[in-house]
Design a protein around this ligand. Sequence first.
Ligand SMILES: NC(=O)c1ccc[n+]([C@@H]2O[C@H](COP(=O)([O-])OP(=O)(O)OC[C@H]3O[C@@H](n4cnc5c(N)ncnc54)[C@H](O)[C@@H]3O)[C@@H](O)[C@H]2O)c1
Length: 376
Amino acid sequence: MTTTRYGIIGCGMMGQEHLRNIALLEGAEVAAIFEPDAGMRAEAARLAPAARMADSVADLLATPDLDCLLIASPNFRHLEQMEEIAATRPLPILVEKPLFTDPAETARLAAFRDSYPAPVWVAMEYRYMPPIAAFLKEAQETTGGIRMLTIREHRFPFLHKVGGWNRFNRYTGGTFVEKCCHFFDLMRLTLGDEPVRVMASGSQAVNHADEDYEGVAPDVLDNGYVIVDFARGGRAMLELCMFAEGARWQEEVTAVGPKARIEALVPGPGRFWPEHLGAPPVPQLIVSPRDPKGPELREIPVDPALLEAGDHNGSTFYQHARFLELVRGERAHPEVTLEDGWAAVAMGLAAQMSIREGRAVAISETGLMPARLRAA
Ligand SMILES: NC(=O)c1ccc[n+]([C@@H]2O[C@H](COP(=O)([O-])OP(=O)(O)OC[C@H]3O[C@@H](n4cnc5c(N)ncnc54)[C@H](O)[C@@H]3O)[C@@H](O)[C@H]2O)c1
């Protein structure tokens, strides 16, 4: 097997998780990294000692023999960096979520989509967590057709990031874009349907209240509910609380249909689980039929080497394995397309709008969904 060579743009916390996972994949190596922060650059160089450290995106793109690119820079840089790549050296791209942050950017995004000659895969790690993957495989059939989907995330507050970029909506797109685009992606994927209406309520209740960034206070929403109506009558709800890291499970995903309920229970990062409580919880899948009653619980353990390599239940590894198939021509299309990434942001922006304006928002009125995915 010839070695597939990655170029990496942005190598902070998530970029370094990618480095650790690429190191576990056969026939893959990191050829070059652009990371502007000295501390993060040093850590990235330690994790990928053979990689060339570039001075800019342009310098990185000048590296010979690159096969693919990964963008793991702050959210508000993703689109401009994709455009720079398109203008210089179009290669297959794995771009971290969220794909974009500002509603005004959709025309640029469409222009990029229509002209980019190589595949683009949007990183949606949650799809690839083993308990979520098991849930996705079984949910429709087990339930007899999902009518209700509930995603609850009870987690720790946003971590500190280089320059504090994740403290401000203008850099992240807002919590329901930055964090929750994953869950809107899962809603579309699980229901196999497109959203028509979003009703949300949320606030900044607890977190970051005493922080100050050169006289400016963070504007991070830290809790909320989002209800989404889907075109064929299914409905989904997200419950987010970012001051609940005491919970055993970080994500609880439940689907219910006429035959049964199915549920995936997912713990947070193992490194945050207190040592004195023993081993971190093992993910679970629970199927609860209506007739005959009798919940069946299955543990879905994750390979310890993969748990060690990141904060996302092994998903980063599985996603790269599939992305590499695409880069090597063994798979025709990205599993998470540019339009999937776009739709997830469109739903997050609609939720932010619903919270701001205190009303239900029709997806059609936002004009934010890619045209092909607009529900009739
Ligand atoms: N899919 C997931 O589960 C997941 C999880 C965490 C983060 N992310 C995403 O990954 C991205 C990075 O997040 P993070 O948590 O690593 O943040 P981070 O701040 O730890 O890392 C971002 C890095 O990008 C660097 N950077 C700043 N400006 C840059 C530029 N113009 N070009 C290249 N690099 C630049 C920063 O110095 C920093 O080291 C974000 O888009 C975030 O939403 C995804």
